[in-house]
Design a protein around this ligand. Structure first.
Ligand code: PLP
Length: 397
């Protein structure tokens, strides 16, 4: 029966990682996948994660199943991180949270919830976006549409086109927004733009959905929730998919969350009952360990403060690499202006390198970049900066 099966195309980003692993050339550089690397090129376990794990080792008494949405402590910790510790949304019980296997799992649960409960609505997604968005929403049978986001000439946000495109959305449609550190452009709306977008959603009766995978990587853990909190103040209903892969370095623990905000507590409970039945048929109930670590850290004042500092250290290192990258290219006498890289947030930027240049970088210099020209700044180190910039200078000349 399997003879008639044809091979699926490799995932554009994870496939590149496989190619990188198989490349025997010394000094190879991977700016493909979005994984934080330290100055030595490693992805370390955070010190707070190690401490939380030591506590859990002592404390844990059972490996019995969690409930379908995971623990209540985790749900509350997630909501406080999203909306602020004293948010009325939380005390009014308008939010319900389900632990999910990573941000991807949260997005997939959200997609199923939208498809089953909200009917034939369209999901509006930025162009460009994270490579998996179309796939995840498409897999749930949802129709997707794109709104403009990026101006390739100015290397900045195209807010006018975004508003104009979203004007074409119908009442009930979903608007997917990146909470911060937009992947792949690194460009986020400012406060006034968030306000305008929230107003648009209210006026047109669109349902906002936040994909929040990089909280803490732009300006700070609290600061990065600004856009979401502006929406939460204006909108009666919204959805959030959180990922703790990056800001807790818990990539392989698959820890994320799907949060639903309704107009009141009763509506939230009823809607959430549908979320639970969706999770039940996909993964039944979530894995415990990653969420237990996150809960332990967020609920302990000292560990939380240390974690906020660890996130700041990751953020500052990436920012330092952005500055060094721009400076090194300038020192090499590159004509093109790369200063926009310094103004962007988070792990990613659009380099503006085209497919042919990206290919040459891989073939001639063992430098791996996604075909779109997206670079993961977190893969840069002081040691690889000069060979990296020399390679880029060569393909630009
Ligand atoms: N959303 C965005 C924008 C991402 O960049 C990523 C991961 O790269 C995810 C979601 C998925 O995160 P996770 O690894 O937790 O599934």
């Amino acid at each position: 029966m399997f003879e008639k099966i044809t091979a699926a195309p490799a995932d554009p980003i994870l496939g590149l990682t496989d190619e990188f692993k198989n490349d025997a050339r010394p000094g190879k550089i991977n700016l493909g996948v979005g994984i934080y690397k330290d100055e030595s090129g490693n992805t370390p376990v955070l010190a707070t994660v190690k401490k939380a794990e030591a506590i859990l080792l002592e404390k844990e008494t059972t490996k019995s199943y969690l409930s379908i949405p995971g623990t209540a402590e985790y749900g509350l910790a997630v909501q406080q991180l999203l909306f602020g510790a004293d948010a009325a949304i939380i005390s009014d019980k308008r939010a319900q949270t389900a632990q999910a296997p990573g941000g991807t799992g949260a997005l997939r649960v959200a997609a199923e919830f939208i498809k089953r409960q909200l009917g034939n609505v369209k999901v509006w997604i930025s162009n460009p976006t994270w490579a998996n968005h179309m796939g995840v929403f498409g897999a749930a049978g949802l129709e997707t549409a794109q709104y403009g986001y990026y101006n390739a000439e100015t290397k900045d946000m195209d807010f006018g086109t975004m508003l104009a495109d979203l004007a074409g959305a119908q009442a009930g449609d979903i608007v997917l927004l990146h909470g911060c550190c937009h992947n792949p452009t690194g460009i986020d709306p400012d406060a006034a733009q968030w306000e305008q977008l929230a107003q648009l959603c209210v006026e047109k009766q669109l349902l906002p959905m936040f994909d929040f995978a990089y909280q803490g990587f732009a300006k700070g853990v609290e600061e990065d929730a600004q856009g979401l909190r502006i929406f939460a103040a204006q909108c009666k209903e919204l959805l959030v998919a959180s990922s703790f892969s990056k800001n807790f370095g818990l990539y392989n623990e698959r820890v994320g969350a799907f949060t639903l905000v309704a107009e009141n507590a009763d509506l939230a409970v009823t809607a959430f009952s549908q979320v639970k039945s969706i999770a039940r048929v996909i993964y039944s109930n979530p894995p415990a360990h990653g969420a237990a670590i996150v809960t332990e850290i967020l609920n302990d004042d000292a560990l939380r403060a240390e974690w906020v500092q660890e996130v700041a250290d990751m953020r500052d290192r990436i920012q330092e690499m952005r500055t060094l990258f721009v400076q090194t290219l300038r020192d090499l006498g590159i004509d093109a202006d790369f200063s926009f890289i310094e103004r962007q947030n988070g792990m990613f930027s659009f380099s503006g390198l085209n497919k042919a240049q990206v290919n040459r970088l891989k073939e001639e210099f063992a430098i791996y970049i996604v075909g779109s020209g997206r670079i993961s700044v977190a893969g840069m180190t002081k040691n690889n900066m000069l060979p990296l910039c020399k390679g880029i200078a060569a393909v630009l000349s």
